[in-house]
Design a protein around this ligand. Structure first.
Ligand code: G6Q
Length: 549
């Protein structure tokens, strides 16, 4: 860290000590709260009023971000510079949703013609599925699409497909198989008719063990049912960057949709990895998804620091991680369709920023990615929210809530959803003091003995920060905006910590070691793995006792 940044860091530390003594109840009532802590972008409200901050906090955090050159790094990303330094790659998922006529360059080459060409191929293919000109091997119309992929080739498409369920094209059901546990594919195939099922094999590398094993199993299932290898051509398409592996798997290249090494797996739902999303919602809704993301790219690229939503969100994350010691953040969509959002954000943030060294290889010297977790509300209220309210750890919370549900299905329950969402945020921030609990108990005519015994258990500490993301309806455009905000928020965190947010060496080592252990587990080889793995393999292969082996 440079000297200036160090000074600002010290100022922020001192400022944190001052803020720690302020009551969030008072902060919330301050007149400047709406001006300094709420951000609105075309119907999307990001409310940061319930954070442990003052206007000075934001000033200091933004100063710190100037010293860490966050906007310069952002500009380098948009310019196609190889900011993924450990893999020498550009980071250009923003090109995938560029709706302007600006060129986007990687190695001096405008990638927009290739991006648009792939999108056109996807649109034509999806239209043939929808209008029934693409038929299965026995000339049946396709009515089920199974995306086989894992990690970035699964979580984004699955989250978005589920989020946009009200926009699904009728007559096609979507399924996602990721786990190599045979039960996953088995349970999905159980309900499907091979004659009308299409598989999308989604893998950037086309070398991921789980995906290839599941794809082979799906192909066996299909060929056995339809009685011909040739059926594969009508029931399998691939999405990948690796044409030769796709071909050796047995999928013709005219059935392959491509993307590029400058698209990271967890940033790839906007590329042809989003084919399953497009099949589910149709090309124009997919365009709206891209449009929403593009709007946020433009906002992130051009909005001044004071108004920049991803910047301020990312800075707040660093504020809690670096100065309050918060190790986790909870994601609480009060929107059933966003129930997979926490898992998606978990990968986005933890895989991107779960790093320990800076770009030059030296230790970061502070905490990095928080543990991101969560579940849809109101369900979580009947479970882990207890810990959020009264546990000993402060967990900043993100709430997501729509102004109105999609379609004509409301009978007053949406108002309950809103009430619960706002109530949770309020209780987390305001808590319940001993005096308030005591008064309530007196009003309920509880005896002194009971009050003395029970009141401490009912006290809520409060002072627990949260963000509200409020939007009109969960449309494709809104989803695009929300996801792009989070991609850029994660970018800001990474820039502040000076780490490479776009590599994933931990994930890759895991893949490699699993491939090394496999032959010992199948019995083709022996002795791979460390002593503990070998004992466990003996137990798992033969049922021999762990200790006696
Ligand atoms: C994402 C990660 C990882 C990856 C999967 C699947 O950023 O690198 O989650 O997406 O391991 O990889 P393939 O798409 O290559 O099968």
């Amino acid at each position: 860290m440079g000297r200036d940044a160090m000074k600002t860091h010290d100022q922020l530390s001192a400022h944190q000590h001052e803020i720690a003594n302020l009551d969030l109840r008072d902060l919330i009532e301050r007149d400047d709260r709406a001006a300094t802590c709420t951000f609105e972008h075309d119907g999307l409200l990001v409310d940061l009023s319930r954070h442990l901050v003052t206007a000075d906090t934001f000033d200091l955090l933004r100063k710190w971000s100037r010293e860490r050159d966050v906007f310069a790094r952002r500009d380098a990303m948009f310019a196609g510079d190889p900011i993924n330094t450990t893999e020498c790659r550009s980071v250009m998922h923003v090109a995938l949703r560029n709706q302007s006529d600006r060129s986007m360059r990687v190695d001096g080459q405008d990638v927009m013609p290739a991006v648009r060409a792939q999108l056109d191929r996807m649109r034509s293919f999806v239209s043939t599925i929808h209008d029934g000109t693409w038929l299965g091997w026995t000339d049946k119309k396709i009515n089920a699409v199974v995306n086989i992929g894992i990690g970035g080739s699964d979580l984004g498409p699955m989250m978005a497909t589920e989020a946009l369920r009200p926009f699904h094209v009728r007559g096609i059901r979507s399924y996602f198989v990721s786990n190599v546990d045979p039960s996953h594919l088995h349970d999905v195939l159980e309900d499907l008719d091979p004659e009308s099922t299409l598989f999308i094999i989604a893998s950037k590398t086309f070398g991921t063990q789980e995906t290839l094993a599941n794809a082979k199993a799906a192909r066996r299932w299909l060929v056995e049912a339809l009685g011909s290898d040739q059926a594969v051509a009508r029931h399998f398409v691939a999405v990948s960057t690796n044409a030769s592996r796709v071909e050796s798997f047995g999928i013709d290249l005219d059935k392959m949709f491509t993307f590029w090494d400058w698209v990271g797996g967890r940033y790839s739902m906007w590329s042809s990895i989003g084919l399953s999303i497009m099949v589910a919602i149709g090309p124009s809704a997919f365009d709206a998804l891209l449009q929403g993301a593009f709007e946020m790219d433009e906002h992130f690229r051009t909005a001044p620091a004071e108004e920049n939503i991803p910047l301020n969100l990312g800075l707040l994350d660093c504020w809690y991680r670096d100065f309050w010691g918060c190790a986790s953040r909870v994601s609480l969509p009060y929107d059933q369709h966003l129930r997979h959002l926490p898992a998606y954000l978990q990968q986005l943030e933890m895989e991107s920023n779960g790093k320990q060294v800076q770009l030059d290889g030296s230790p970061v010297g502070s905490g990095t990615a928080m543990v991101v977790w969560g579940a849809a509300g109101t369900n979580g209220q009947h479970s882990f929210h207890q810990m959020l309210h009264q546990g000993t750890t402060v967990v900043p919370a993100d709430f997501f809530i729509a102004r109105r549900p999609i379609g004509d299905i409301d009978d007053g329950r949406h108002a309950m959803l809103v009430a619960n969402c706002l109530a949770q945020a309020e209780v987390l921030a305001r808590g319940r003091t001993l005096a308030e609990v005591t008064n309530d108990m007196r009003a309920a005519e509880d005896g002194d003995e009971d009050i003395k015994r029970l009141a401490p258990h009912r006290v809520m500490p409060g002072q627990r920060p949260s963000t509200i993301f409020a939007y009109d309806q969960l449309t494709p455009q809104t989803l695009g905006r929300l996801i792009a905000i989070h991609e850029h928020r994660v970018f800001v965190q990474g820039a502040m910590w000076n780490i490479d947010s776009f590599d994933q060496w931990g994930v890759e080592l895991g893949k490699k070691v699993a491939n090394t252990l496999l032959p010992t587990i199948t019995g083709e080889q022996s002795g791979t793995g460390d002593a503990t793995s070998q004992r466990l393999i003996a137990f798992l292969r033969n049922g021999r006792s762990h200790s006696s082996s």
